[in-house]
Design a protein. Structure first.
Length: 148
């Protein structure tokens, strides 16, 4: 729910917009015009109803993000580490069958672990692969990629 209100100051009334978004209180100063404040209120109410307001951006393609992460790895890791990352992420993509970054869920990672164990991967190999996947998703958070 959104609302407008005004506060009296030395130069007259100033209108404010107040609404809740994902559990956070958002307030904006709108100015002295009541008509503009009412228009802003109507606009915010429509956007809240359509869920167009928020902090999340559009979802990213998983293949594109992996390519970006591998470019980062080439410039910041040893060549053998980069090769291991490429192999690990190829196994990961082949197993989970996800198109978007947000489609990777805990259950898909568990399925990946089971699949790799069935293929005969040793526990230490699986741990290294999971560390690579974890590092990739930590970079997604650090780079402020959508959904994370």
């Amino acid at each position: 729910m959104a609302r407008i209100y005004h506060l009296e100051g030395k130069k007259g009334a100033t209108w404010y917009l107040d609404y809740n978004l994902d559990g956070r209180r958002m307030r904006k100063r709108l100015g002295r015009s009541k008509k503009l404040a009412e228009l802003a209120l109507a606009d915010v109410q429509v956007k809240l109803e359509r869920r167009e307001l928020g902090f999340a951006a559009k979802d990213r393609n998983l293949k594109d993000f992996i390519a970006e992460y591998l470019n980062y790895a080439k410039g910041n890791k040893a060549p053998k580490s980069c090769d291991r990352d490429m192999i690990t992420l190829k196994h990961f993509m082949d197993c989970i069958q996800a198109d978007k970054l947000s489609a990777v869920t805990a259950s898909k990672i568990e399925a990946y672990k089971t699949h790799r164990r069935e293929q005969g991967a040793k526990p230490s190999t699986l741990n290294r692969e999971l560390n690579t996947i974890k590092a990739m998703f930590n970079k997604a958070v650090a780079w402020k990629s959508p959904v994370w």
